[in-house]
Design a protein. Structure first.
Ligand SMILES: Cc1ncc(COP(=O)(O)O)c(C=O)c1O
Length: 460
């Protein structure tokens, strides 16, 4: 990195790596503007001075300034110094990079809660309280397993709401489930687990994350009772027991017993991904599998569905034997969720506002699910409707392909996902995974109507 002090007298700390060239220089200047180091309206170093300071050709700086002027970051005037654009004319959001996945007009992407319902006021109150209570000493590097306050609170909450056998000493707070599965896979691999089984179908992203830590990944079929336990032949298996992703089936009681018996007999480990366990609509709550075998089952929960994915807060409740290996993998990963967010979540749960929000969201999503089911044409078979934030629409075997269905949705600006990507093998039946929690409340009717139009078009 080159930090430079300008020969023109302007302080131009630019964290620029010469290896990144012109694009990198433009990015460094954008960052300086966005972070307020280059103030709106202020004169920027002349191209000659900056080129001199950075030891590069003047033409390079001239081209970068021209690009940034075209993007609206800089203002050039003939015969006058180039300036940072004024606050009002700077690009509004000044994104760090173009968003890869802009929100679609009708958002039915699975795995997303209604973000407009995020309890901002309650979160603000919780954050304020947490900050006022936190001693300076807590703001250091110490809490490797997570904030003790949150781990205490989660132990009580998970026991009460999900029936988890939870002791704060076995809880690790991670930077989202993707981080949780990475550190767990790393720890298991270090203990000699060379293969991990995933449900087939399941989310490809988590399989890739686990594979990147070392273990070989294999698939285990799922039927109407959930994971086919008799087909498990790996030392570790990942299961979405309460609401299988993406089929939505619930792991049947006899399979739960069989799975925990297998784990005890074979010394296997089960990772229970309880990603939407709070959202059960029709039947009695289905408690956590972990309670049947706390020394063999790792329980994973997340705030991504109950609150918002952007918080990046998830937790593992570990068998005693895995606490130290996972702690070491956490340290190696170099990543931890923000302590203040952890403390705010603890406050939110302790105050009762979290339960209140979950109850309100559950009622809303249940109502949406009923409206969607009532509107669906008979030709598509909804599946996995008893819980969660999504349902699966199976397409008729002799009907349109998944690609046709997705194309009809995309033409109408519907964000939706197909079942196809979840399979670990080819030539499997297609379907649409409909995330009915995602649209804001006011857009739900429009999103449903537009989806129905797409379904009519392809099944007519
Ligand atoms: C199957 C499954 N597990 C876990 C998660 C939670 O992931 P994270 O905590 O990284 O947001 C999701 C989110 O979409 C999911 O679909």
């Amino acid at each position: 990195m080159t930090d430079s002090w300008s020969s023109s007298g302007l302080d131009v700390h630019l964290g620029w790596d010469p290896a990144t060239g012109r694009t990198g220089l433009a990015a460094a200047i954008r960052a300086a503007i966005r972070e307020g180091r280059w103030q709106p309206g202020a004169a920027v170093p002349s191209t000659r001075a900056l080129a001199h300071d950075l030891g590069i050709a003047r033409g390079t700086v001239t081209r970068v300034y021209a690009d940034l002027a075209a993007e609206g970051y800089l203002k050039t005037t003939q015969g006058a110094p180039t300036r940072v654009a004024t606050a009002g004319s700077l690009p509004q959001s000044a994104p760090r990079q173009a968003p890869r996945d802009p929100a679609p007009r009708w958002d039915l992407r699975p795995g997303r809660p209604d973000l407009t319902a995020f309890p901002r006021q309650a979160w603000l109150t919780a954050t304020r309280r947490a900050l006022l209570r936190t001693p300076a000493s807590a703001l250091g590097y110490e809490s490797e397993l997570g904030a003790p306050e949150l781990r205490d609170t989660l132990a009580g909450y998970l026991a009460r709401a999900r029936g988890v056998v939870a002791d704060p000493a076995r809880i690790v707070v991670c930077h989202g489930y993707s981080h949780a599965i990475a550190v767990l896979s790393r720890a298991l691999y270090g203990l000699g687990v060379g293969e991990m089984a995933f449900e087939n179908p399941s989310l490809a992203m988590y399989r890739s994350i686990a594979a990147a830590q070392g273990p070989r990944i294999v698939g285990v079929p799922v039927d109407e009772h959930g994971l086919q336990v008799s087909a498990v032949d790996s030392p570790a298996v990942v299961v979405t027991a309460a609401h299988q992703f993406p089929t939505g089936v619930t792991l049947a009681p006899h399979r739960r017993t069989a799975l925990t018996r297998w784990a005890a007999d074979e010394g296997g480990f089960v990772l229970e991904d309880d990603y939407d366990g709070e959202f059960r609509f029709d039947r009695q709550q289905v408690g956590a599998l972990q309670a049947l075998a706390p020394e063999r089952v790792v329980y994973a929960g997340t705030a991504s569905k109950t609150l918002a994915p952007a918080l990046r807060l998830a937790w593992l409740v570990l068998p005693r034997s895995l606490v130290e290996p996972v702690r070491a993998a956490m340290a190696d990963s170099g990543s931890r969720p923000s302590l203040l967010n952890q403390l705010a979540l603890a406050e939110l749960i302790d105050s009762g506002a979290y339960d209140q929000h979950v109850r309100r969201s559950r009622a809303e999503y249940r109502a949406r699910r009923s409206r969607l089911l009532a509107a669906l044409p008979d030709s598509v078979r909804p599946q996995g409707i008893a819980a969660g934030l999504h349902l699966l629409l199976r397409l008729p075997p002799d009907g349109p392909s998944e690609a046709t269905a997705l194309a009809a949705c995309h033409r109408r600006a519907i964000g939706i996902e197909g079942l196809g990507d979840c399979w670990m093998d080819d030539n499997r039946p297609g379907g649409l995974i409909v995330g009915y929690a995602a649209p804001p409340k006011h857009a739900f009717a429009g999103a449903t109507q537009t989806l129905i139009e797409a379904l009519w078009e392809i099944t007519a």
